[in-house]
Design a protein around this ligand. Structure first.
Ligand code: HEM
Length: 469
């Protein structure tokens, strides 16, 4: 009985203190008001509302009600959502130093705390230069032919396979490309070991983070340890060979800061695993959407095919790989890729945390609050993209207004792998439309979040080779 009374009292006082905070949150703080919006229920905030529906619908309805900046409370954190290009630029570009990246500890532990996207300042800048250099246009042009051959053999492996889970298969392809860009041509046994353990880490990444034996998260932590050991062996071999390779591992190994300090093996391993994570699901998800949009719109598919067939003929009926310069000269297909990125908005939003009280447009963003620029809302706003739900590549004949098209983010943390991602998407599209026909299986349409948006069930489909060209 006493316990019950204690529980009731604790709950009552917590509720009162929460309501007091909520009341205060509407008042002026240091003379500035908080953004409009609701903080929802005590503790759980609006988490249930967010996770019980398509998050983009949740954000869009809030934005309709409160405007382009509003507050909410999700997963135990007060948040400010920003749905305008100007606000996104403020947080990600002009005042980026006032907002640090923020990720759950459980995810940081799986990827590795030294991976660049958890950092700000000098260390981040150093790592970013190295990663950006390894995936620059100049660096990846040498990968074009290999990526083209990998795309062709990936697609070949799907025919006569019956129904294929497009997303899962494209994940295998983007993983292979990631390995190539990081290590160059890696020995097959290392590749297999990395793949085997990476799959376990990937499975645990979005599971409930408990270390209890047998749980996916615990298994992922153990696989993470094995990944680290495999990477140690690869790093050790590279050091012994003393080769000056230009791939990401080579750049990380050869880097020295102004004090002449090299990166530790731990820092190198965390960043390699980090890049693999950042590269795989994002690119696979974007490619899956391209396959779907082309499937659903035969006129679009025909127009892409017409452009790609010219390259196909030049490459001896597609028997030679797509070259770098051919890749740079696919104007229509490139617009289809951009429109797919806008429509699907793979990264719907990102998280930052205010490191100080910040004032924006007469509103206060208190220190410690999470801040989320909402990319999807901007990409789907009729103010910046007319008839936003229509798939229309021609809208990219004119450059979008500044800060309205951010599929790869913006500012100091913008995606350094964006050109590699586009290369994969273009080359994969080339091989798909010139040699294959495909049919989506099942009538269920819709989106699943894994955590990136993916067509329902990973787009199950049958693929077969066209008899002639
Ligand atoms: C279609 C595919 C991709 C999409 C949509 C995408 C999107 C993004 C976005 C929006 C960010 C910024 C996140 C933020 O500001 O919080 C980002 C960061 C990042 N991306 Fe990508 N990405 C893609 C592919 C890739 C690839 C292929 C690689 C590597 C080869 C890569 C590596 C990274 C890294 C390392 C960061 C962190 C950068 C930093 O913190 O400085 N991404 N990506």
């Amino acid at each position: 009985m006493t316990y019950i009374i204690v529980y009731v009292l604790v709950f009552f006082f917590s509720f009162l203190s929460y309501m007091f905070k909520r009341r205060n949150s509407k008042r002026l703080y240091k003379g500035i008001k908080l953004p409009p919006g609701s903080l929802g229920w005590p503790y759980i905030g609006e988490t249930l509302q967010l996770y019980s529906q398509d998050p983009n619908i949740f954000f869009a309805s809030k934005q309709k009600r409160y405007g382009e900046i509003f507050k909410t409370h999700i997963l135990g954190c007060p948040c400010v959502m920003l749905g305008s290009p100007e606000a996104a630029r403020f947080v990600l570009v002009t005042q980026a130093h006032l907002f640090k990246p923020t990720y759950p500890k459980s995810k940081e532990q799986l990827i590795g705390p030294s991976a660049l996207f958890f950092h700000q300042g000098e260390y981040h800048l150093r790592l970013r230069k190295l990663v950006q250099g390894s995936f620059s246009l100049d660096a990846i042009r040498n990968l074009a032919a290999d990526i083209s051959s990998m795309a062709a053999s990936t697609l070949n492996s799907w025919q006569n396979e019956g129904v294929v889970n497009t997303f899962q298969e494209l994940k295998k392809f983007s993983f292979e490309v990631g390995i190539l860009a990081i290590f160059g041509h890696l020995e097959a046994h290392y590749k297999e070991e990395l793949k085997r353990n990476y799959i376990i880490v990937d499975k645990g990444y979005n599971s409930f983070p408990t270390r209890l034996p047998g749980t996916p998260y615990r298994r992922a932590l153990m696989a993470r340890k094995r990944l680290r050991n495999i990477l140690s062996n690869i790093i050790c071999e590279r050091k012994e060979k003393k080769l000056l390779e230009k791939d990401l591992l080579g750049c990380l190994l050869n880097s020295k800061n102004e004090k002449g300090e090299v990166l530790t093996d731990e820092q190198i391993a965390d960043n390699i695993i980090g890049v693999l994570f950042a590269a795989q699901d994002t690119t696979a998800s974007a490619m899956t959407w391209i396959v779907k949009y082309l499937h659903d719109n035969r006129k679009l598919q025909k127009a892409v095919k017409a452009e790609q067939m010219v390259i196909y003929e030049l490459n001896a009926e597609g028997s030679q790989p797509v070259t770098w310069s051919q890749n740079r000269n696919m104007p229509f297909t490139r617009k289809v890729v951009m429109e797919s990125l806008r429509m699907a908005s793979i990264i719907s939003f990102t998280f930052r945390e205010a490191v100080a009280d910040v004032e924006y447009n007469d509103y206060l963003i208190p220190k410690g609050w999470k801040v989320m620029p909402l990319f999807t809302n901007i990409h789907h706003s009729p103010e910046y993209f007319s008839d936003p739900q229509r798939f229309d590549p021609s809208r990219f004949e004119v450059a979008p207004k500044p800060n309205t098209f951010m599929p790869f983010g913006s500012g100091v943390h913008a995606c350094p792998g964006n050109e590699l991602a586009k290369l994969q998407m273009l080359v994969m599209t080339h091989h798909l439309v010139t040699k294959f026909r495909w049919e989506v299986v099942g009538s269920e349409s819709g989106v699943q979040y894994r955590p990136f948006p993916v067509p329902m069930h990973g787009l199950p489909a049958r693929y077969w080779k066209e008899c002639s060209g």
